[in-house]
Write a protein that binds this ligand. Structure first.
Ligand code: 5GP
Ligand code: MN
Length: 352
């Protein structure tokens, strides 16, 4: 059981939680369901012990997962983009910072210098490959697990307050963790382990309303998201002779459909449904960069491809990265296409 493996660290964590009254929780840029689910789950757990927390994130969580955040939690969340001074000050003055769902400081973008400089104890809870262990005083890193939400679930289950009984998780913790696990596994399609089903089973038995989570996540899209999906698959999908599929969403296209942050979540998985496709890449034009999402089938390392060509990383079959305009690549769709063709060719014919 995952809790048993970490029991020593869980006891240390309990002693840290006993020490202070206030905590800071951080997660990665462009937070997704797992980032917010684990952050809110931990915040709710701390609240049940009468501890306060602030959740400091590089930028706002997308509207598509706003249903996760309770009204009274909104003022606990500080974003660097909207309140840079407050975000930096909160990190600098913290005694303990929980770092959730990222493996190195640079994943917090503009908050990375504050996270490096702060004298706070830093506790890592994460499921990505290659964690930067030396940067943290306490490390919970497990890669054979679905999500940070699942890892946090087993950590909390191992605490003396919960004592292995999911029914004793404080209110809202199970919902947040079930949501994070569901989005990171793409609703039980990827990175699912026996422990993942065990968690889901215990949380269902404890009364977590999975139907509500599923309808919020997957039956609640705006029409334009589907319209864009249709256009992309019909007109913008290229498949190379080595079985690499790619699609580029440039700014004109996302503007045309009024696409919001987080709204293209899941698109990158679709081309993997084609038999001959071994790896799928989705590129999105952002303010100063192309953002890259990569998914692969077993036998092809999305992680290695992201690290070698896109300044990124993640998991073996689900990774991401970025190319900055003017520094890593010329700001043009044609240049991006060319880079995708040549990098995919080199990767698939040599070190996939
Ligand atoms: P997504 O495609 O869903 O944005 O990200 C997939 C995985 O890749 C996630 O685990 C995420 O943490 C990781 N990832 C995404 N972007 C980056 C990046 O810029 N750098 C690194 N190191 N990992 C990333
Ligand atoms: Mn995650």
């Amino acid at each position: 059981m995952v809790s048993d493996k970490y029991i020593g660290q869980i006891r240390e964590l309990e002693s840290v939680i006993g020490k202070h009254g206030a905590y800071v929780i951080m997660t990665h840029a462009k937070p997704d369901g797992d980032a917010m689910g684990s952050a809110l789950g931990l915040s709710r757990f701390l609240a049940s012990l009468h501890k306060t927390s602030r959740i400091v994130i590089p930028d706002r969580y997308p509207d598509s997962i706003a249903f996760m955040v309770r009204e009274q939690e909104k003022n606990l969340i500080v974003t660097e983009k909207e309140s840079p001074e407050e975000a930096r000050e909160t990190v600098m003055s913290a005694e303990t910072v929980f770092c959730l769902d990222f493996n190195s400081f640079d994943r917090t973008e503009k908050l990375a210098p504050a996270l490096k400089e702060t004298k706070a104890d830093k506790i890592l809870i994460d499921h990505h490959l290659h964690p930067d262990r030396d940067s943290f005083s306490l490390v919970f890193s497990e890669t054979e697990i679905s999500s940070t939400s699942e890892l946090l679930y087993y950590i909390l289950m191992g605490t003396s307050t919960v004592g292995g009984d999911a029914g004793r998780l404080p209110s809202g913790v199970g919902e947040a963790l079930m949501t994070g696990m569901t989005t990171d596994t793409n609703n039980f399609a990827n990175s699912v382990y026996p422990s993942t089903f065990a968690m889901a089973s215990s949380l269902l038995a404890a009364g977590v309303d999975r139907n509500r989570i599923i309808s919020e996540l997957y039956n609640n899209y705006r029409e334009n998201r589907l319209r864009l999906e249709g256009l992309l698959l019909d007109r913008k999908l290229t498949i190379t002779e080595d079985g690499v599929a790619y699609m580029i969403i440039d700014k004109a296209l996302s503007d045309k459909f009024g696409i919001m942050e987080g709204e293209t979540e899941g698109f990158v998985n679709i081309p993997l449904g084609i038999r001959k496709v071994k790896m799928s890449i989705l590129v999105k034009e952002d303010e100063d960069r192309y953002r890259i999402s990569i998914r692969s089938k077993a036998g092809v390392s999305a992680n290695r491809f992201a690290a070698s060509y896109f300044n990124g990383g993640g998991h073996e079959c689900a990774s991401g990265g970025k190319l900055l305009f003017g520094k890593d690549i010329e700001h043009s769709t044609a240049a991006m296409e060319k880079y995708l063709e040549t990098s995919a060719k080199a990767f698939m014919t040599t070190d996939k």
